[in-house]
Design a protein around this ligand. Structure first.
Ligand code: ADP
Ligand code: ZN
Length: 221
């Protein structure tokens, strides 16, 4: 059983690594971004409130996000542990999370930070393409379609996602640097921080994390 946080700049490639870890450790996935997307799709009160912020590229207010996470930690059975993904995103959220974990007697084992150079990030985002019809994703350098600019699956012309535009990526990086980066220092002090190199292949990073975590667990038992 392991309880982890996963952090990283927007576009750092957290998604692929997260899914490998979730499967390997059979963790409950608590992704605040996914939760908000589901609530918006349902048209719930929470979704409608959150959308005001999300559509502006801003963070949803801390009280709302903290409340959602507390509810899940308290009521959701997680026999193999959990992965918090996209939360905490501010120092106030990190402090609120500490209080929740304390109240619920839950121990956090590790904070994984995927570190990627801003420049590499900008290049990666600029290389991403998506099919507007079927949703298939490509990358012009690492995963190009068979015919340049055309979807392999359905033949539609590929586009760049609106939030992969240079302006949007820069804005998300600005928010990250202002609100989220300070969390790294916060977790460094608690000795929980494990920084991994996001420029390496996902599998390499995955095995590094697993061997470190298994080492830690062996030490404890
Ligand atoms: P990204 O699209 O940057 O990967 P997510 O999918 O995690 O981000 O979240 C989408 C949006 O949901 C964020 O831009 C933000 O508006 C909102 N959101 C998600 N998690 C949080 C959080 N912990 N605190 C505040 N807002 C959040
Ligand atoms: Zn397609």
């Amino acid at each position: 059983m392991v309880n982890m946080l996963i952090m990283g700049k927007p576009g750092a490639g957290k998604g692929t690594l997260a899914s490998k870890l979730l499967e390997h450790y059979r963790l409950a996935h608590i992704s605040t971004g996914n939760i908000y997307r589901e609530e918006i799709a349902k048209g719930s009160a929470i979704g409608q409130e959150a959308q005001k912020y999300i559509s502006q590229g801003e963070l949803v207010p801390d009280d709302m996000t903290n409340g959602i996470v507390y509810d899940i930690l308290k009521n959701h059975p997680m026999p193999h542990g959990f992965m918090l993904d996209g939360y905490p995103r501010t120092k106030a959220q990190a402090i609120a999370l500490d209080e929740m974990l304390h109240t619920l007697s839950i121990k956090l084992d590790v904070v994984i930070n995927m570190d990627v150079d801003d420049e590499l990030l900008m290049i990666r985002m600029a290389d991403r393409r998506v099919c507007p019809k079927c949703g298939a994703t490509y990358n012009v350098t690492t995963k190009p379609p068979k015919t340049a600019g055309v979807c392999d699956v359905c033949g539609t012309l590929l586009i760049q996602r609106a939030d992969d535009s240079e302006e949007s990526v820069k804005n998300r990086l600005r928010i990250y640097n202002r609100a989220t980066r300070p969390l790294l220092g916060y977790y460094e002090k608690t000795d929980l921080l494990m920084t991994v190199d996001g420029a390496l292949p996902t599998l390499t990073v995955f095995y590094e994390i697993v061997s470190k975590l298994d080492g830690i667990n062996r030490g404890h038992h």
